[in-house]
Design a protein around this ligand. Structure first.
Ligand SMILES: Nc1ncnc2c1ncn2[C@@H]1O[C@H](COP(=O)(O)OP(=O)(O)O)[C@@H](O)[C@H]1O
Ligand SMILES: [Mg+2]
Length: 595
């Protein structure tokens, strides 16, 4: 069949022709169900919308009560402005909102809601009962909506504020119900959300209950610091580094957790933009970048970052759930976050502590935090005689005149080398971290001096890669080449490795390349060439070096200590682990009540 009117022929014409003659406006119910799919993905989406409505209503107290991870019942109550009986009848209709009136208002949004979609969407996929009272009305009113079917507004009795009860979520959308995870998982998402919202709104009291038991409480406070301490049970004074900065009309503030708070598992970065909880990729990346040399890569830092900027400089209307935002100047925001956090971390390191002084006694690590890539290293006070970094390719040898002599004691767990310094303090060196750090410094130094010697492989190594890694390898040919690794395309998804840096002559080039590609995939495309080169050199260093558990000879033990101590920037490995710690004699004396 051909439909020449539309310039279509063959099967295409048939397809379009058929559809066109049947265009119809979707019924309100179906349209609401489709819209609901975008807003209400799972129980946490319902909680988010209801809690945001409560905050928009000016509530100073919000209580969330859940049954079975929110899958059977979600109840959110607030003491906000409430709704009149007339407003109750309106609030569940699509595009009914009290928050914006015209398109112009969209550019100046200061409320969480503005789309007028949440309540009708939730009501389309569950059974909802809304009870509300404004301070000026004599009595409360309520309305029921069951799977999109609206009941009448009726009078009832209730205190000022609003209570919304959501039951039987997705009962009428079996496909969606199937995708729900376990009740524990759904509850976990809600708990995380309430923590985040509570951080963004310290002036509001939040209570979360699950199966009738209170699981989170955040009391009203004027200070973010207090709320962080209460929510996460951290010792704020010791473990949080405050920062606050105004730059180009943007205010950034919050707390950088000391590296001791870092954990494996899932990110602990809490971001808000104009009070809105977001999980923006760009900002998350910036936080990771700021901590890069302060933390091992597998650990996530604890960090609260709050940004305030003119609403016209950020679009929150990118997605119905509003978890993502779009900045007018994304690169500048990225840089601001990196610089501010780094400054906080570096500042902390210049006040660096040694194990045993009063504030650090809870910390297992002596001196974290100074960024040895950009600043001077200083486990301040603990090592006064450190010499400046070597400028030649060779790390200076031990010099008894200006370096304290370390007496080797032995190796602990075949991982930590123990020494005594002239003051009777104990020095422990992590052999792997130290060796890695020294290797990295050598690579970097030679790279900077354009003296990175390469070792051509006798038999070039052909590697079969995944399509993603293959594409990444081709994209990175120049970068890898500059770091001494010559890689060429070998057809299909294969590449061939022709050379490696001479310092790495003994490593397996194939594992090295795969590890590098994985790294590059993770660091993304936002990084500059310099940063990418740095990543590559770090990964290379990690490959070359002595592992924990490797046995070192007595001479090697002495030589390693000499090298570490003679290289001021060697106090942390490239991934941020400390390479050595010092336990002062006075601390050891305390253990035995000698002081
Ligand atoms: N907890 C509440 N307290 C007072 N008013 C509310 C509350 N929840 C919803 N409303 C009213 O219902 C309207 C519709 O809510 P919603 O569907 O979430 O859309 P939006 O928040 O985008 O305006 C809101 O604009 C507000 O006027
Ligand atoms: Mg809303």
């Amino acid at each position: 069949m051909t439909d020449s009117r539309f310039g279509l022929d063959g099967w295409e014409g048939a397809r379009y022709g058929r559809t066109m003659s049947r265009i119809q406006i979707l019924s309100k119910e179906v349209a609401n169900l489709i819209a609901a799919g975008e807003v209400v993905e799972r129980p946490v989406s319902v909680v988010k919308e209801l809690v945001e409505n409560a905050l928009d209503a000016g509530a100073t107290s919000v209580t969330v009560d859940l049954q079975d991870g929110g899958t059977t019942r979600i109840q959110v109550s607030d003491n906000g402005c409430g709704m009149t009986a007339d407003e109750l009848a309106l609030c569940v209709l699509p595009h009914a909102t009290s928050k914006i009136g015209s398109a112009d208002d969209l550019a100046r949004i200061m409320t969480f809601g503005f789309r007028g979609e949440a309540l009708p969407s939730i009501a389309a996929v569950s059974h909802v009962l809304i009870t509300s009272k404004t301070p000026t009305s004599d009595s409360a009113a309520c309305i029921r909506v069951d799977a999109g079917k609206m009941g009448a507004v009726e009078p009832c009795s209730a205190p000022d504020g609003t209570l919304i009860l959501v039951e039987h979520l997705f009962q009428n959308v079996p496909a969606r119900q199937k995708f729900l995870k376990s009740e524990r998982t759904e509850y976990g998402h809600i708990f995380d959300l309430i923590q985040r919202v509570a951080l963004a709104n310290p002036q509001t009291r939040f209570v979360l209950r699950h199966q009738g038991k209170e699981t989170l409480r955040a009391n009203v406070t004027t200070e973010l610091r207090g709320r962080v301490a209460e929510l996460f049970s951290v010792n704020a004074a010791e473990q949080l580094l405050p920062f606050s900065e105004d730059s180009g009309g943007v205010r950034i503030s919050g707390f950088a957790g000391r590296p001791i708070l870092a954990k494996a598992g899932s990110p602990q970065t809490y971001l808000t933009v104009n009070g809105r909880v977001v999980k923006d990729r760009l900002l998350m990346h910036a936080v990771g970048e700021a901590y890069r040399t302060f933390l091992p890569r597998e650990l996530y830092p604890f960090c609260v970052v709050q940004l305030e900027l003119d609403p016209s400089l950020v679009d929150v209307n990118v997605h119905p759930a509003k978890a993502e935002v779009r900045f007018v100047q994304p690169q500048a925001m990225h840089q601001l976050v990196v610089h501010t956090l780094r400054a906080a971390l570096q500042q902390a390191s210049s006040d660096a502590m040694t194990l045993g002084n009063s504030t650090a006694s809870a910390s297992p690590v002596a001196s974290y935090g100074n960024d040895s890539l950009t600043g001077p290293a200083s486990p301040a006070g603990s090592w006064p005689d450190l010499r400046p970094p070597a400028s030649s390719g060779e790390t200076p040898l031990f010099n008894t005149e200006d370096m304290p002599a370390l007496r080797p004691i032995g190796a602990l767990a075949r991982t930590y080398l123990l020494y005594e310094d002239p003051n009777g303090s104990l020095i422990a060196i992590d052999q792997h971290a130290a060796h890695e750090r020294l290797g990295y410094l050598k690579l970097k130094e030679r790279f900077a001096a354009a003296d990175l010697q390469v070792q051509r492989l006798l038999i070039p190594a052909v590697v079969e890669l995944s399509p993603r890694d293959h594409a990444m390898a081709l994209e990175s040919i120049e970068l890898l080449g500059r770091c001494g690794m010559e890689v060429n395309d070998f057809g299909g998804n294969s590449v061939v490795i022709k050379s490696v840096p001479a310092l790495l002559a003994n490593t397996d080039p194939v594992t090295l390349l795969k590890r590098l590609l994985e790294d590059l995939a993770q660091s993304g495309t936002t990084t500059s060439m310099d940063v990418a080169i740095d990543h590559v050199l770090m990964t290379m260093a990690c490959h070359r070096m002595v592992r924990a558990g490797d046995y070192l000879s007595g001479e090697e033990i002495v030589a390693l200590a000499d090298e570490v101590m003679a290289t001021p920037t060697a106090d942390r490995c490239p991934h941020g682990r400390p390479t050595w710690v010092r336990i002062p004699k006075s601390e050891i004396e305390k253990w035995f009540y000698r002081k």
